[in-house]
Ligand binder design. Structure first.
Ligand SMILES: Cc1ncc(COP(=O)(O)O)c(C=O)c1O
Length: 402
């Protein structure tokens, strides 16, 4: 199909829930994608932190082929080897004792909320969930109710009962809240990705962990965006010297094949019985066999230290660039290979992102004035240098247009 035809048919036949960039992506290999007219782009969006090992990653395409020739779907009525393998690997490489499989991020958050409430119902009937302002946890009602950004609630109120919010990065306000509330869990992102790559001060999660311990409250970490190696460790919590009670994963877990998971410690897991929760597709053999291959690669120490090293390099160079455009760029932040460039206005962010796209670099426009950059974890200096060159050129043009 021609580009115009694709865009026209998508706009005609698909519900308008997305503000799309007028670009068609036809195929991808490694860090690169091609549009339907054959133009090549460096893909530093990774499908919003999903294709963490790039496109057409060979172990993933092989897993799809091999598993699809064996069995694609049966059901959780039976015991399935691919589920056993992935769950064991997740447990052996995390705080968790048990895993629940689902398909998407919002479903993982729904599961986490239900498991926390089940635990709370047997611990004095506690049911309240404390979340943070600016957070994003998903679009279904539980996850949406836990999302601390009113723009996502507009037109869908009332939200579910029992959710409250405190400022992100502020452990003191949590300590104050806990004293007055009948709280069963705190849910928090180690970095707020959708909110513009907001990195809290080191020690924040540790303080939350202590508050939870002192008040018999569960700590739920939403690592849907920043887990699976994104920050330079397999899971972001590892760098904070703490462990959650529950953790949600999705996005990068399947490397592009939809796969989500809720990881739990025994304290919570022992409250969950057959019938407590479930899903038809969760743990689908195709999805979990793909996730197994992705996890098997990402847990590799060399890959993870390369994420840290490349992340430092990228941010250092971006900071140098920023110093030349302080009227345009107000800050550079991130951890590992999640990077945010904050602009002085939403308009300047959009203009710059449009220019980078026309020069062959794909990044994400988020939180109004932030360019969010999510390279594949197995990228390299050459690709980062290419991205830096385009960002620099685009800033120069936007600067001289102003
Ligand atoms: C931290 C976090 N939680 C939950 C979600 C929801 O995931 P999904 O879009 O797969 O439902 C997202 C998606 O951006 C996310 O970043």
């Amino acid at each position: 199909m021609k580009t115009d035809e694709i865009i026209s048919d998508v706009d005609t036949y698909i519900l308008g829930t997305y503000g799309r960039i007028p670009l068609t992506i036809r195929e991808g290999r490694g860090s690169w994608v091609w549009d339907n007219d054959g133009n090549k782009y460096l893909d530093f969006t990774t499908g919003i932190a999903v294709t963490n090992l790039g496109h057409s990653y060979s172990a993933l395409t092989e897993a799809i082929k091999n598993q699809s020739e064996k069995i694609i779907h049966t059901s959780n009525l039976f015991y399935l080897e691919p589920q056993a393998k992935l769950a064991k690997m997740l447990v052996e490489n995390s705080f968790a004792d048990k895993v629940f499989f689902c398909n998407t991020g919002t479903e993982a958050v729904e599961g986490a909320i239900k498991f926390a409430r089940k635990w709370g119902s047997e611990n004095g009937g506690k049911y309240k969930i404390l979340s943070t302002m600016g957070s994003f946890h998903g679009r279904t009602f539980g996850a949406l109710s836990a999302t601390g950004s009113s723009k996502y609630h507009e037109g869908f109120k009332p939200m579910l009962e029992g959710f409250d919010f405190v400022p992100y990065g502020d452990a003191e306000s949590v300590a104050d809240y806990v004293k007055t509330a009948d709280l069963c869990a705190i849910i928090v992102e180690p970095i707020q990705g959708e909110n513009g790559v907001i990195v809290p001060e080191s020690g924040y999660l540790k303080e939350l962990r202590s508050i939870c311990n002192e008040n018999d409250v569960l700590l739920i970490l939403d690592e849907i965006q920043v887990g699976m190696g994104r920050t330079g460790t397999l899971f972001a919590y590892e760098q904070e010297g703490i462990e959650p009670d529950i953790m949600t994963l999705a996005k990068g877990l399947g490397g592009g094949v939809p796969c989500g998971a809720v990881l739990l410690n025994n304290k919570v897991a022992e409250k969950i019985k057959p019938g407590s929760h479930g899903t038809t597709f969760g743990g689908n053999p195709l999805a979990v066999s793909c996730a197994f291959e992705i996890l098997n690669t990402i847990k590799n120490k060399e890959l993870l230290s390369s994420v840290t090293e490349l992340g430092h390099y990228f941010k250092e160079k971006l900071n140098q660039i920023q110093s030349e455009y302080t009227d345009l760029v107000s800050g550079v932040r991130g951890k590992g290979l999640i990077v945010g460039i904050e602009f002085s206005s939403a308009e300047k962010a959009k203009k710059t992102i449009d220019k980078t796209i026309s020069e062959g670099l794909l990044t994400i426009h988020t939180a109004g004035n932030v360019m969010r950059i999510l390279p594949p974890l197995n990228t390299n200096r050459e690709e980062i240098d290419f991205a830096l060159e385009i960002i620099n050129k685009s800033l120069k043009e936007v600067h001289s247009d102003a």
